[in-house]
Design a protein around this ligand. Structure first.
Ligand code: NZQ
Ligand code: ZN
Length: 389
């Protein structure tokens, strides 16, 4: 177990009707002039935006709105939001939506108190030293941004999708009402389930020894997600399964299961290049990259993959070699993603084999991964494996 510091300061307000408390929560955390950030319109259609604004009004809070955040959120709206904050004395940013709205809000909060270009932070030219506070109302269990220290933005110039981790990115509060996810299209729910599983697996596959506690927490989370997913996918009003997914998505990425260990993140980095180039949904990029990555690296620690196969996927080890068990686990995972409606290949995710050299060249710093470090020739091989079902 490695040394660590872990601060998850977010106040999570979970359950039915909790969105009605958002105005009081903003006030509790010192906000008086609020920028509400949202996506392409789902929160308008569901009536959630109106409910949130009513709650702000009830507390007498000034508010402005910035809608139109797209999945794989772009830098243009961040600049617009920063401008609004600076010109209007905004002191609190309130995203209502999923990872894309929340990540946009985090970037706006960083840039609002900075004289330079907010992209300096995402390109590692500057470090965030202050930011506006933000809290969120979550509408999709997926990215885990409601509890994470990350934000992922695509810079339009150069089509660069880059993440930034800083403790300023932890929301002051997260309102999490599972009923708000009942309107999700099946495909988006499937993307979210895939993403939260990926967040756990990026941490699970580690070289750090003696991490039995967090291994078991990770396995319990994965098993719970796998159990809840079919019910939630089949019944968009089943509260318990949606509630399980919503809380699991937060636990998957606030780092509870990763604090004590070296983490991998190669599949995410390679997936980000797919999303940047083809605008593929984040979860769909991972459904393709994670099985390919596993097929490439499992021999590095077959015993860990055997454990994953038997505990998480219930693979029967009888009569099988370790390698056969490991591969059966990877196959079970990929079949599960496909059963949710996720793509199995790069082509099905909107990509093209001929672009592999370009995708590889854009992976940050020319290398990725900690479980197994991948350099460009290996990254190309993993992308090539993603072309095969
Ligand atoms: O834009 P609207 O109209 O709201 O529709 C959204 C969007 O089309 C829709 N949606 C969300 N909640 C809904 C709903 N539709 C109906 N009913 C609801 N209740 O779902 C679509 C996807 O929304 P988005 O916010 O993009 O989803 P997600 O939460 O998966 O966020 C993805 C983004 O987060 C980044 C990803 O890379 C991607 O850019 N990530 C952020 C992380 C973080 N900050 O910690 C970590 C992740 O690994 C990830 O990289
Ligand atoms: Zn992710």
């Amino acid at each position: 177990m490695l040394n660590f510091e872990f601060c998850s300061p977010t106040k999570f307000v979970f359950g039915r009707d909790t969105q009605k408390r958002v105005g009081a929560l903003v006030k509790e955390f010192g906000g008086s002039r609020v920028l509400v950030v949202y996506g392409g319109g789902s929160v308008v259609r569901s009536g959630l935006l109106a409910a949130v604004l009513a709650s702000l009004d009830a507390e007498g809070l000034y508010h402005m709105e910035l809608g139109g955040v797209k999945p794989n959120p772009r830098s243009d709206l961040v600049y617009e939001g920063i401008d609004i904050c600076k010109k209007n004395g905004i002191d609190f940013v309130l995203p209502v939506g999923g990872g894309s709205a929340i990540d946009t809000a985090k970037a706006i909060a960083d840039g609002a108190l900075y004289d330079g270009d907010f992209w300096d932070f995402y390109s590692r030219k500057a470090v965030v030293t202050k930011a506006l506070p933000h809290g969120c109302v979550l509408t999709i269990p997926a990215a885990g941004s409601e509890g994470s220290n990350s934000s992922v933005i695509t810079k339009i110039e150069g089509n660069l999708k880059r993440g930034l981790g800083t403790e300023f990115h932890r929301p002051r509060f997260a309102v999490m009402n599972p009923e708000l996810t009942f309107t999700l299209p099946r495909y988006q729910l499937a993307c979210g389930i895939t993403d939260m599983m990926a967040h756990i697996m990026e941490r699970y596959f580690t070289n750090t020894p003696d991490v039995a506690l967090t291994d078991r927490l990770a396995e319990a989370l994965l098993c719970s997600i796998i159990e809840a997913a079919p019910t939630a996918m089949a019944n968009d009003h089943d509260y318990e399964s949606h509630a399980t997914l919503m809380w699991a998505g937060m636990l998957a990425h606030n780092n509870s299961v990763g604090v004590d260990r070296e983490q991998d993140w190669a599949s995410h980095q390679m997936g980000h290049e797919i999303s940047a180039k083809y605008d593929t949904a984040h979860g769909a990029s991972l459904a393709v990259m994670f099985p390919a990555w596993m097929k490439y690296v499992y021999k590095h620690d077959v015993k860990r993959f055997v454990r994953f196969a038997t505990i998480v996927w219930g693979v029967d080890p009888a009569g099988k070699t370790d390698e056969e068990i490991a591969l059966a686990g990877i196959h079970a995972m990929q079949s599960f993603f496909v059963s949710l409606g996720m793509p199995a290949t790069l082509e099905q995710a909107g990509g093209c084999r001929a672009d592999i050299p370009e995708l590889t060249a854009k992976v940050v710093n020319g290398k990725t991964g900690k479980f197994v470090e991948l350099l460009p020739p290996q990254i190309e091989e993993v992308y090539a494996l993603a072309c095969e079902a």
